[in-house]
Write a protein that binds this ligand. Sequence first.
Ligand SMILES: NC(=O)c1ccc[n+]([C@@H]2O[C@H](COP(=O)([O-])OP(=O)(O)OC[C@H]3O[C@@H](n4cnc5c(N)ncnc54)[C@H](OP(=O)(O)O)[C@@H]3O)[C@@H](O)[C@H]2O)c1
Length: 287
Amino acid sequence: MIVVTGATGNVGRPLVQALAAAGEQVTAVSRRPADATLPDGVRHHRADLADAESLRTALDGADALFLLLSGELLTGGESPAALVDVARSAGVRQVVLLSSQILGTRPVPPSHARLGAFEQAVRESGLDWTILRPSGFHSNAFAWAEPVRTGGTVPAPFGDVALPTVDPADLAAVAAVVLRGDGHHGRTYVLTGPAPVSPREQAAALGEATGAPLAFVELSREAARAHLLAFMPEHVADGTLDILGAPTDAERQVSPDVERLLGRPAGTFADWARRNAAAFHRTSPAE
Ligand SMILES: NC(=O)c1ccc[n+]([C@@H]2O[C@H](COP(=O)([O-])OP(=O)(O)OC[C@H]3O[C@@H](n4cnc5c(N)ncnc54)[C@H](OP(=O)(O)O)[C@@H]3O)[C@@H](O)[C@H]2O)c1
C-alpha cells in the first residue's frame, strides 16, 4: 500500500489518480476531507503532518510513503526526524520526498533550511529513499486566477525573468514511476519544465488558452512582497523573491530528468494553461 500526503493538492491529486489507475492500493492523506474526485477504492485518511502521530494509523500496513510538506512544516512544527521515525516504526520501506531544486542550486537560504533538514532526515532514515527536487510549479499561476477572471490582468514581479517551471502532473507521473519501479534508491532527481518561460510569456499563454488577451502588470518587488506576506512569513517571501528575481544559472537550466524518467518531454506552461483554462475564464461585468 502506498500512502500519499498532500493528496488533494496539485501534485498529490494526479499522483493518487495515477497510482490507483495502475492498480495500486492507495491511502490519500490531507487535513480536510477529500472531495468526490478521489478515485473509487482509494481510502482517505485525515491527518495533520504538523502532528506526526496523526499519520500513524494511515501508515499501518504501508510499504511506501510519498511525503509532501506543507508550508507550516517548512517554517516550524514537527521535527523531520519525528515524521521519518513514525514512518519507519510503522513498517514503511520506501519514502519519496518532494523537495525543491533550490537545495542544489545555491547556499541554502533561510526559507529552505527546514526542507534541507527533511532531506537529511530522509537520507539518514535507513529507508529506501528518493528525493525529487522540482523547479517552480506551472500551477503557481493559479495565484493569478482572480485578477484574470475579474480584471483581465496578470500582476507579477520580474516580468522578463524566465525560469523552466514544471507541470505538477509531471511531478506526479515521476513520483508514480519512482514509487512503482526499481533503481531509484539513493537518487535525487531535478525536475523542471522543457524550457524557461517568463511571467510575461505565461500571461500571453494564459490569454491564448482562455481566448482573450490579458494585460501583464509588472509589480515592484515591494508590491509583490506585500502580497506574499499575506500567505507566508517574511523570510519565505524574501527567499521566494530572491529566486524569482535573481535566479542562478543552475535555476535557469532545463534538467533532462523528467524526460528521462517518463520517456516523453516535460509539459509546457502553454499545455498546462490549456488544461486549466476553466479556472481563468473572465466573469462578465453582469455576473
Ligand atoms: N509551488 C512551487 O513552486 C514549489 C516548488 C518547489 C517545491 N514545492 C513544494 O511543493 C509542496 C507544495 O505544493 P503546492 O503548493 O502545489 O501544494 P498544494 O497543491 O496546495 O497541496 C497542499 C496539499 O497538502 C495538504 N496539506 C497542507 N497542509 C497539510 C498538513 N499540515 N497536514 C497534512 N496535509 C496538509 C493539502 O490538503 P489540506 O489543506 O486539506 O490539508 C493539500 O492536499 C511543498 O512541499 C513545497 O515545498 C513547491
